[in-house]
Ligand binder design. Sequence first.
Ligand code: NDP
Ligand code: 3IO
Length: 356
Amino acid sequence: MPIGNFNVIVEREDCSASLWRNRAYDRLKLHLAKEFCELPYMSYPAEAPNYIPKDQFIRYLDNYIERFNIRPKYHTEVKSCTYDQDKQCWFTLAHDMATSVDVRYTSRFLVVASGENSAENIPTIHGLNGFAGETIHSSRYKSGTAYSRKKVLVVGCGNSGMEIAYDLASHGANTTIVVRSPVHVVTKEIIRCGMTLVQYMPMNTVDDLLVRMSNSVFGDLSRHGIVRPEIGPLLLKAKTGRSAVIDVGTIGLIKKGTIKVVGNISTIKGNIVEFDGRKASTFDAIVFATGYKSTANTWLKNGESMLNGDGLPKKEFPNHWKGANGLYCAGLAKRGLAGIAMDSRNIANDILSSLH
Ligand SMILES: NC(=O)C1=CN([C@@H]2O[C@H](COP(=O)(O)OP(=O)(O)OC[C@H]3O[C@@H](n4cnc5c(N)ncnc54)[C@H](OP(=O)(O)O)[C@@H]3O)[C@@H](O)[C@H]2O)C=CC1
Ligand SMILES: O=C(O)C(=O)Cc1c[nH]c2ccccc12
């Protein structure tokens, strides 16, 4: 039956908790099909330190759904989720983008797993509206090919900014990156080691080790404008949600002078960007690798028991993952991969116990 812009509504009762728990995966695969294959770490030259062949990554995803018997619902966008007090269930309106069909799900449980990294966050910067060049958020960045020989400023030195800066420089862009705060640069082996050890040892002991190992790999980067935070990488993640950055080759290019590091932007005038404590430069393009916002509050209609207006949990960790009426959230506590794993276990156990 036609409703608004949509063509057909299909009634379905088979929505399981796992389907919603895996909404993030669903989105990932959708992106993969359309865009991911062109993202920086897929397009690195094969000799780059962390190069992952595209087919290997896709194989990993396929193995994952097979191993856990997940049936992802691809190309589907959730429009709204509302709790129906009378029927005591969650009512979800979704849109199948492949067929332009609307699908209605009813479920006893609803798990919000749409992530902290949902909508682009672009900061307010004086003069940005009048910037004469191109501006793009990291979420829409695909490859450095189009930026060859251009002067590009990357704003933000999280994992996105550092990867994109490497990709731009590898494609011959004259690349500068804004590093405004202290950051922990690590290797993927070091962070993996830390995530394993912290399951058995105190966090500060592990953090000490991670900082020592990282310093021995990268040396003191302060003369290049990169300073370590006072607290270790794992505690920083737990306290502030800020991730360590896995180097993909960017640090080598910074040391060589191929990628330049600058401090915070103070103002933009035409195509001239001025920085704190440093003279201004002109740029052809600015890539905003300035992070994301949750958007769960836009489609979750009566989730006040769990989320605030920013689409993040109201309750403090570790009690953030459960709302009222079978509502849960996984991966919204800014606790990284370990936090997501913890949420998933709590939610699965809670659902299991309420089914008995
Ligand atoms: N290969 C991987 O594993 C990858 C993982 N990720 C993950 O995805 C998530 C999102 O990452 P990402 O997109 O990098 O976003 P992040 O939120 O991690 O980083 C945003 C960066 O932008 C900076 N920033 C924000 N506003 C400004 C501003 N006005 N001026 C200057 N700098 C600013 C922040 O600095 P400040 O700290 O000062 O606020 C921070 O360095 C993270 O968890 C990350 O670890 C992302 C890419 C690849
Ligand atoms: O779990 C997190 O988010 C962490 O901060 C540790 C971590 C796991 N995988 C990563 C990839 C890039 C940077 C940090 C991590």
